[in-house]
Design a protein around this ligand. Structure first.
Ligand code: GLN
Length: 446
């Protein structure tokens, strides 16, 4: 803990943490040391973890990197925090992220952008950018993020780390600040597949406070490297499209060649709904967000405008002053697609398209063991130089939202750096509940 705290101080300019629980983490570490001596320590004894600042931890602030929650203290712990602490993890702090987890660069935070440790002029990725950089810059052993449409996998790939999103319905969201509930998942960012599997195993499994969870038994750790021959599909468009960076393509092609040379069957597939992935995701995610964020009304939670004079002005002014630009954009978009005159044309239609995407993805994963795609179309870009057109920046989520729409597990794995020294990542998708197969095969890439 002392070593990580030093590192956090040295690299404070990366802006990875919204708050460091220094004294508390040191005290927790002492207690864990004691339990190790007594031989009664849990499975995470010695593991120092950072959590994304949208995960509730009793008695600690939780802001979702928003002004509207900047002074909010959680009165209970999320199920995952309880499970991590029960196994003797030490929680070292809460990490910066995009406001309400909306973004893919960590540039939408009330607390400012997070800087990539590989090149501090570049973004960390998002929305769990602080969590990814905390691991990348050795400020903790592992971090927990949330992934609605790629927010664990994409920052992990921008930072050269491993990012894992489980099957929808494996890890409890009780105590996670909701963004889009039919997508939101919790996932670890780690340096090893072993750690990802262990953290997954401890966090996953039924919880009476999250009714979406499966009761299936959870099995993941220990990871046993799988050397059997696999059938793997890759997305043809990822290699042929002009929208994908040439070095990202090269990383994919090299991996395909290596897999083939090692005797695996690797075949191109074309995904007929590719152009509909991003629009479908953004219609549904913003609709759900507009509903979830209705609770921040200046009365129940968080910030209340000092200018408010009556109920209407409390709502209007607190929300206008408390939410950032991107969050407001999404609330408006989501409210629009849910409004009476447009519901059938957008929201209901997107639900149907989602079903098609899910069915088609399942078909592919029934024919193949895994689907291999890049995590992102390009590596980390320069801070402030990202796309100013929101639609174009949403399109950069093209490779991560498929697993989110289909609810299947996916892992982003680091596959080296580009010519500028920026990390590149590839993603493996697997069948629902095939986490163990995913972890066992992931070892091949490292
Ligand atoms: N970039 C996507 C979005 O902004 C995904 C974010 C996430 O997974 N939380 O919605």
């Amino acid at each position: 803990v002392a070593g990580y705290l030093d590192q956090i101080k040295t690299y404070a300019h990366l802006n990875a943490f919204n708050e460091v629980f220094a004294d508390e983490a040191a005290a927790q570490a002492k207690q864990v040391d004691e339990r190790i001596k007594q031989g009664v320590a849990g499975k995470l004894a010695g593991m120092v973890i950072a959590i994304k600042d949208n995960i509730c931890y009793e008695g600690h602030k939780v802001s979702a990197s928003s002004k509207i929650l900047s002074d909010f203290t959680s009165i209970f712990s999320s199920t995952i925090v309880k499970r991590l602490l029960a196994e003797d993890a030490v929680i070292i702090g809460r990490c910066n992220c995009d406001e309400f987890a909306m973004g893919a660069a960590n540039e939408n935070s009330y607390y400012g952008p997070v800087h990539n440790f590989a090149d501090t002029t570049r973004v960390s990725g998002g929305s769990s950018g602080g969590s990814a950089v905390a691991v990348q810059a050795n400020m903790c052993h592992a971090a927990i993020g949330t992934d609605t449409g790629g927010s664990v996998r994409q920052p992990a790939s921008f930072c050269g780390m491993i990012g894992f999103k489980p099957t929808y319905g494996r890890i409890s969201r009780h105590g996670i600040i909701a963004y889009a509930s039919s997508f939101d998942q919790v996932g670890p960012i780690t340096r090893s597949v072993e750690d990802a599997a262990l953290l997954y195993e401890i966090m996953a499994g039924a919880d009476e406070y999250d009714s979406t969870l499966s009761r299936k038994a959870v099995n993941a750790a220990p990871v046993v490297a799988d050397s059997s021959k696999k059938r793997i599909a890759y997305l043809q468009e990822a290699v042929s499209s002009r929208g994908v960076d040439t070095e990202v393509k090269a990383a994919l092609v090299n991996t395909i060649d290596k897999l083939r040379a090692d005797g695996h069957t690797v075949e191109p597939i074309s995904f007929e709904y590719l152009d509909y992935l991003v629009p479908t995701y953004y219609i549904l995610a913003t609709a759900e967000a507009s509903s979830n964020l209705a609770r921040y009304d200046g009365v129940h939670y968080g910030y209340r405008s000092p200018e408010a004079t009556d109920l209407q002005s409390t709502y209007k002014k607190s929300r206008s002053e408390g939410f950032g630009k991107e969050v407001k954009r999404r609330i408006m978009l989501g409210t629009f697609v849910l409004s009476a005159g447009y519901y059938d044309a957008y929201y209901a239609k997107a639900q149907k398209v989602r079903k098609l995407i899910r069915t088609k993805t399942e078909e592919i994963l029934n024919q193949y063991d895994f689907l291999l795609v890049p995590t992102a179309p390009e590596p980390a870009f320069e801070i402030g130089k990202g796309e100013t057109d929101p639609v174009r920046s949403y399109l950069a989520d093209i490779f991560t939202v498929q697993a989110s729409l289909a609810g299947v597990p996916a892992i982003s794995l680091p596959v080296g750096n580009n010519s500028k020294g920026l990390p590149l990542g590839l993603q493996l998708l697997a069948k629902h509940f095939a986490e163990q197969e995913l972890f066992n095969f992931a070892e091949y890439f490292l």
